[in-house]
Design a protein around this ligand. Structure first.
Ligand SMILES: Cc1ncc(COP(=O)(O)O)c(C=O)c1O
Length: 370
């Protein structure tokens, strides 16, 4: 029976929804486990060490006020972010994770038939969202596992409205340098919005981090920088991310968002989290050890991981789907990358020392089975 089929917007009906990393609870149901606590999820690049204690306290303190609507303008959070970057609070706009910003950016800047330029092996949401708005997405071949900025510039057509650079890039874990980014901004036409999706930037060693907020501040080109509280800050469950741009860009994004798109608990936790930069430094230290543990461990198993600057690592394995299934059976959730245009690659988020060890042990067994 097709109750809605005849009334459906055919364009939307044909879209394929985004496939996120599988939730722990879903895998527990599949494995018939009443207790999900033994399952290790290394599939969504979360902060394995949890939120900062200050953010946790802020959440406890906020509970009493959950009968009230949130501040629709996220005043205190915008202030805290603006202070952190030395920009005006009219240059900051909050979203329900920066996934929401992908939708808002397409909604604000793209019209049916326009084009969005991104890289072939990058975050798939931009392609999905541009198609939702009846636009096209040009996926540009990469330089191996790294963006090719010259090829991206060459791919800009008269109908290109937006170009997105994920830096560091998900799922490859590679990063463009400051020089490459600066040269890109210099060369990109004024009529194209450049979006730097920096969901993982806080996890990169400080000496390799790239500053795009200076281009936002300079106001010479329409640049938007996206950051999130989902990764380094360990608040993925609360769904809060932010865009930084010149005030006229922020005004446009505010026109297409819902009035209460960031909940009150998220706002309170994020204010505390951005005020606790020591926690971010300590996460980075733990991550460096985790990167080494996983890189060495994968190599010891005969795999050849791509060098990563952030909290996930990928490697080539021809039977990626079978390997993922064999890992799931062993209660470790990893991510096959077919949806990212890499059908023979697997991505593993870097977890705690114990989670990484469990993952490597499961991988050793799974590889024998396949
Ligand atoms: C490159 C990239 N951008 C954006 C996001 C979205 O993050 P969130 O919506 O949780 O802020 C993700 C999440 O995995 C990502 O990998």
């Amino acid at each position: 029976m097709s109750l809605f089929g005849t009334i459906a917007n055919n364009w939307i009906a044909a879209q394929k929804p985004y496939q996120p990393g599988r939730p722990i609870e879903e895998v527990a149901r599949e494995l018939g486990l009443a207790d999900a606590s033994g399952i290790v999820k290394l599939a969504s690049n979360e902060n394995a060490w949890g939120p900062s204690p200050k953010a946790k306290q802020a959440m406890h303190d906020a509970v009493e006020h959950m009968n009230r609507y949130p501040d629709g303008g996220s005043y205190y959070l915008r202030q805290a972010i603006a202070r952190h970057y030395g920009i005006g609070d009219d240059m900051v706009m909050l979203g329900c994770g920066c996934n929401e910003h992908a939708v808002l950016i397409c909604n604000a800047f793209m019209w049916e038939g326009d084009d969005l330029v991104a890289s072939q092996r990058s975050f798939v949401v931009y392609k999905l969202v541009s198609e939702l708005f009846r636009c096209t997405c040009t996926l540009v071949p990469m330089n191996g596992m790294t963006h090719d900025p010259d090829a991206m510039l060459a791919a800009i057509k008269p109908n290109t409205k937006v170009v997105v650079i994920g830096n560091p890039n998900n799922p490859t874990g590679t990063i463009l340098t400051q020089e490459q980014v600066d040269a890109f901004v210099d060369a990109v036409p004024d009529r194209v919005v450049t979006v730097f999706d920096e969901a993982y930037m806080e996890l990169v060693p400080p000496e390799r981090q790239v500053d795009t907020v200076k281009h936002v501040k300079a106001g010479k080109k329409p640049v938007i920088t996206l950051r999130t509280f989902s990764k380094a800050y360990g608040l993925a469950g609360l769904r809060v991310g932010y865009a930084m741009a010149q005030p006229d860009g922020i005004d446009l994004l505010n026109k297409v968002r819902q009035p209460f798109n960031v909940n009150a608990m998220a706002q309170a936790a994020a204010v505390a989290a951005i005020g606790d930069q020591e926690y971010i430094s300590s996460t980075r230290k733990l991550l460096i050890a985790g990167q080494k543990q996983m890189t060495d461990g994968l190599r010891a198993l005969g795999l050849d991981p791509v060098e990563t600057v952030t909290n996930f690592i990928m490697f080539r394995f021809e039977k990626a789907a079978a390997l993922t299934a064999a890992m799931t059976k062993r209660k470790v959730i990893v991510r096959p990358l077919a949806g990212f245009g890499l059908p023979d690659y697997v991505r593993i988020s870097i977890g705690t020392e114990e989670e990484n060890a469990t993952c490597l042990a499961a991988l050793a067994e799974a590889l024998k089975e396949i």
